[in-house]
Design a protein. Structure first.
Length: 243
């Protein structure tokens, strides 16, 4: 199986984190390879979202500098865990948790809990595949991907230096019809459901009615409470602003 964790790092423009030290993801910096592509292609809204994923951005906007030092799995787990903590505090009328400026998203806290990707069925790599699938599905939500747009995206995949398995996975997911059932079925527990929603929200800026409807349907199918959805939105916005 290909290294889905490294591929997820590239999708989120992040550097893997290990023992508190950052390391560059192994397959290269897609953002530096593709800035001109994103700015020059007019395409549909979904093309912008997909190009953003390939370039390590979200619809052309980078996550905040501190956020992108997290590995992809750690970023998604941390965002979902932070949102969950805020949601629980709100339900109990308790003070919302705060985080230091140097660590705006909790990394260590999810370890050993159901938010830890290593605890998911199939382990971290399989869960990374689930998150990648969820992100690509979200980017398809407005349905504006024609053959020419697909070809341009595939050209960028070719340039990225991915191995054959990773390239085949991405191309298969991009070509396949939107399958919400597949995304929902990959959630094995409420915690992973929150992470799948967080990854989907990271993939797009829901400024199109179809994208908003997709996220609403995804949240309903995953059984997420409105308060938790709001906290995930807040956590994503804070990650975008992390300096």
């Amino acid at each position: 199986m290909f290294d889905a964790k490294s591929l997820l790092d590239q999708f989120l423009g992040s550097q893997g984190s290990q023992n508190g030290r950052s390391r560059q993801s192994g397959s290269g910096d897609l953002l530096s390879q593709g800035k001109d592509f994103l700015s020059s292609q007019g395409g549909g809204l979904a093309l912008g979202s997909l190009a953003g994923l390939m370039l390590g951005t979200k619809t052309g906007r980078k996550l905040g500098g501190k956020a992108v030092t997290y590995g992809g799995l750690a970023l998604v787990a941390g965002l979902a865990y932070k949102a969950y903590q805020g949601h629980q505090a709100n339900k109990q009328n308790a003070p919302r948790p705060t985080y230091p400026d140097h660590e705006p998203i909790p990394v260590e806290a999810p370890r050993g809990t159901a938010f830890d990707p290593a605890q998911q069925p199939g382990g971290e790599n399989q869960f990374a595949i689930n998150l990648l699938t969820a992100m690509i599905s979200a980017a398809k939500a407005d349905g504006h991907i024609d053959r020419d747009e697909q070809d341009r995206i595939f050209d960028k995949i070719d340039e990225a230096g991915l191995d054959s398995e990773a390239k085949a996975f991405l191309m298969d997911e991009l070509r396949s019809p939107l399958d919400l059932d597949k995304v929902v079925a990959s959630a094995s527990c409420p915690e992973s459901a929150a992470e799948i929603y967080a990854a989907s929200r990271l993939a797009i800026d829901p400024d199109h009615p179809a994208e908003k409807a997709y996220l609403q349907m995804l949240a309903a199918r995953l059984g997420l409470e409105e308060g938790l959805i709001n906290e995930i939105e807040l956590a994503v916005r804070e990650a975008e602003m992390a300096g």
